[in-house]
Write a protein that binds this ligand. Sequence first.
Ligand SMILES: NC(=O)c1ccc[n+]([C@@H]2O[C@H](COP(=O)([O-])OP(=O)(O)OC[C@H]3O[C@@H](n4cnc5c(N)ncnc54)[C@H](OP(=O)(O)O)[C@@H]3O)[C@@H](O)[C@H]2O)c1
Length: 440
Amino acid sequence: MKNEAPLRVGIAGVGTVGASLISMFLNDQERMTQRFGRQIVVTGISARSRSKDRGVDLSEMAWFDDPVALAKSDNIDLFVELMGGEDGPALASIRAALELGKPVVTANKALIAKHGVEIAHLAEQTNTQFGFEAAVAGGIPIIKTLREGLGLAQVQRVYGIMNGTCNYILTRMTNEGINFQDCLKDAQELGYAEADPTFDIEGFDTAHKLAILTSLCFGCKIAADQMYVEGITRIDQADIKVASDLGFDIKLLGVAQRTPDGIEQRVHPTLVPKTSTIAGIDGVLNAVSLETDHVEELLLAGPGAGGDATAASVISDIFDCVRGTHVPPLGLPVAELEPYDKARMREHEGGYFIRLNARDIPGALAAIASRMGESEISLESVIQRPDLVVNDPETKSEATRTVVLITQKTLEQSVRQTIDRIAADGFIVGKPQVIRIERF
Ligand SMILES: NC(=O)c1ccc[n+]([C@@H]2O[C@H](COP(=O)([O-])OP(=O)(O)OC[C@H]3O[C@@H](n4cnc5c(N)ncnc54)[C@H](OP(=O)(O)O)[C@@H]3O)[C@@H](O)[C@H]2O)c1
């Protein structure tokens, strides 16, 4: 052990992640000191309720009602933000610490997705470290891999399962034939989904994480608001069953890739071949895959959330600060980041799974197929599944049959226009289901 004074850490937020982190500091002090050559002690904490029992001994730590005051305190050398929230006290306290030249570590993806470039710039200006490994895919070291582990390799495509709640729901829908609402209820009872699950199931959480990865992968500014985002709430058992019969699973993927039209950023339910590695990522697990020119494909999988897994990533960032590792937070100096060059979703090319409630009248199927032909959309298969009753309120009691079309590679724009024409023809009822297919 070097003869250095202990590193004094202030932690704002003593919830799921903060309490796990403090517990690791209290219980593993000897191992930490041995491994990193310097003692690390938590000297100050901040949370909302002072009286709450958090299951860890906080008696040796100074209490701050105001996280900004903690960030500015002379008794801390490094500030850890684990409160959450894209603005407010989280942003104010991170700024305050960086302005004073104190390294900052956070797990706050919402904040980085919105203010990451500004904060990275502030960290650069003050020559201070800023770590956010825990913000994307919890315990998976994807940020470090992108910033430091790829050498000269250039990423062409990044995709992944980055929300455990959605993956848990889709896995149970697939394996147990349960419908979406029942799965969601179970997930809430088991603590895998929030009381208000909107953020997760509508894809926004995945979008925040993907926006951060896009910046690191393609050397561009973070553009979380310029993304196609679609959640999993419309996934029906009919989709899962037909997809499965055709050899696919359905996953909520975040995908970013370079295309001739710019960079695509999209979050949506996706048919993935059952034989692909990503299809095997089940339950609350997360995985991120990188396709690069030098390293063909690199897949990192593991726990994407949970107090201990996330705190492990926070500690990894703290150790980097202790060691003095200094890399630009977004991989490149902010001045070198390109503006985000958005590819239009209409220009996306891929295979599509299209499920329609076709009216049970003569000629309906032929008319639908003919519209596809007119748009030069090649169909890989057409499946009629009258046995699959879709719970769509718009069909009311009208006799319909479930028809699924699988297209070959085609333009999103053509698919949308053709579906609009089919709807206008009056041969279908309710909103068609369109799910993109990725073949890995
Ligand atoms: N949980 C995970 O698995 C996970 C995974 C990856 C990333 N993250 C990220 O980690 C961060 C923390 O998540 P979490 O799950 O640990 O949240 P949490 O359990 O809700 O804990 C939040 C903590 O912040 C405190 N807090 C909130 N507002 C505050 C304020 N204005 N001033 C002082 N303290 C305040 C709360 O105080 P009280 O306890 O007194 O209410 C609580 O201790 C979030 O950014 C989240 O996105 C979490």
